[in-house]
Design a protein around this ligand. Structure first.
Ligand SMILES: [Zn+2]
Ligand SMILES: [Zn+2]
Length: 111
């Protein structure tokens, strides 16, 4: 378990949702490799899936104004260093997002 502060985020949206044509609620950034995945309220929960696949346990919120960390192994909040820019998704990007793929009934689809 480690953190690489120099790893840039993998993109502005959830890596797997962008591939699959899915949508997300909030975004989380892996502290070890920069993978951006969707949160556990999102339909596909790709941030947790990334932890299960890779063992990368420390993630940080990728939402504007949020700088908290989470340790999946410990199921507890954590602390970490400053990470490579950008610190969060673009401000003009919606949450949930992306705006053209969020269904009208998205609230009833959250976990
Ligand atoms: Zn996702
Ligand atoms: Zn990772």
């Amino acid at each position: 378990m480690s953190i690489d502060p120099s790893a840039p985020p993998s993109g502005t949206g959830c890596l797997e949702c962008e591939k699959d044509g899915g949508w997300w609620f909030h975004l989380r950034r892996c502290g070890e490799c920069g993978h951006v995945g969707c949160c556990d309220s999102s339909p596909s929960q790709h941030a947790t899936a990334h932890w299960r696949e890779t063992g990368h346990a420390l993630m940080r919120s990728f939402e504007p104004g949020e700088d908290w960390w989470w340790d999946f192994d410990a199921s507890a909040s954590a602390t970490g260093p400053e990470l490579a820019e950008p610190q969060h998704r673009p401000l003009d990007q919606s949450a949930p997002g992306p705006v053209d793929r969020v269904p009208d009934n998205w609230q009833s689809l959250l976990h």
